[in-house]
Design a protein around this ligand. Structure first.
Ligand SMILES: [Zn+2]
Length: 353
């Protein structure tokens, strides 16, 4: 099928190509938003400008089910709806431009990468995590605050109300652990830093497992969407239950992998102290009621394990017995942290429930 036919089938009718000045205006805006949102990050301004000057952007009449913009991989053209004001870029348009900026082709012009989404001979990997990561960056660029969203009955507070709300909740937790720099490297520079950071903080080869979990959630979401479009309710409820279950499981997977791995490498009481503080901080970014309950159960167990570990570390260091330890400074610290955590737990519960 030729491109014109494919566009037609997709509901895109090109109207006119944007001129140099218009593209320059869009490029400057994107750079300005990125610089303001990530002032400490090395935004490669020249590279962005260079790529934008090579871009082809068209105003088009776009059918409603597609949205306000579409980056068409097959011809590398960005189509934006005729209603879009380029002086006031919204998340839909920026999202598609980001895809264009992420695109990497081989010498033959074959698409090999879009950020952290890789196109291989036997399929695509990392599509969902790339989408969620873009939304994370855009929510920062446009200063979008977290919103309460009910997504097929799953209540979450998310930075991305319209695009991938559940995946955005999860990516927010990953960024909390690995940091924004690694994420920006992966998304804007298409390198392996994000992948490496995930493996460093969550454990060897964890990136592959995590990206598959994201793809899996998106896959269930697509099936629900399809059943709605086809007005076919058979199995829809089951899919929604599955979506919720898999979302909660993925959330749990993320923090258990991280904290368990952290626990394995602790060496001293100071490390344990750090984990306890982090557990407390982490509880603030869990964005669902059921998720929070699960997290508290996990955290309580972990604290018990760490208490036992503290005693062993203390014993090893002092060769003392438990009777002496009971009055030690260490146990006072543990007690303090435990109380601190429990106090915050109830404070959070008041806010959440
Ligand atoms: Zn996208």
């Amino acid at each position: 099928m030729n491109i014109t036919k494919e566009l037609e089938k997709s509901g895109i009718e090109p109207v006119r190509q944007l001129d140099f000045n218009e593209i320059y205006k869009i490029s400057r805006k994107i750079i300005e938003l990125l610089k303001n949102s990530f002032p400490n990050y090395d935004i490669k301004e020249e590279e962005i400008l260079k790529k934008m000057f090579q871009s082809k952007i068209y105003y088009a009449n776009i059918s409603q089910n597609i949205g306000k913009a579409s980056y068409f991989y097959k011809n590398s053209v960005i189509y934006i709806d005729t209603q879009v004001d380029i002086n006031n870029l919204d998340e839909y348009v920026i999202h598609e431009i980001m895809h264009y900026l992420q695109e990497e082709k081989d010498e033959k012009g074959k698409l090999i990468k879009i950020g952290i989404c890789k196109f291989k001979e036997f399929g695509i990997s990392g599509f969902a995590i790339n989408e969620a990561a873009i939304q994370y960056i855009i929510s920062k660029m446009l200063n979008i605050k977290k919103n309460d969203v009910s997504f097929f009955g799953i209540e979450v507070k998310t930075i991305s109300k319209h695009y991938y709300p559940l995946l955005s909740v999860l990516i927010d937790q990953i960024v909390y652990i690995v940091g924004e720099e690694a994420l920006l490297d992966g998304i804007l520079k298409s390198n392996n830093n994000f992948e490496n950071a995930i493996n460093k903080y969550y454990g060897y080869e964890e990136y592959n497992h995590i990206q598959k979990k994201f793809d899996n959630l998106l896959d269930i979401r697509q099936k629900i969407k399809k059943s709605i479009e086809e007005k076919n309710n058979t199995g829809k409820e089951q899919l929604i239950i599955k979506l919720k279950k898999n979302f909660l499981e993925t959330q749990k997977y993320l923090y258990t992998k991280y904290f368990n791995y952290y626990l394995e490498i602790i060496e001293n009481i100071k490390d344990i102290d750090e984990i306890k503080k982090e557990l407390n901080e982490y509880s603030k970014i869990i964005q669902t009621q059921e998720g929070l309950k699960e997290f508290y159960e996990y955290a309580s167990n972990l604290i018990e394990i760490m208490d036992r570990k503290s005693i062993n570390i203390y014993r090893k260091n002092t060769k003392n017995n438990l009777a002496v330890i009971s009055n030690s400074r260490i146990l006072k610290i543990i007690k303090y942290i435990k109380n601190f955590f429990i106090k915050n737990k109830y404070k959070n519960e008041e806010n959440k429930f």
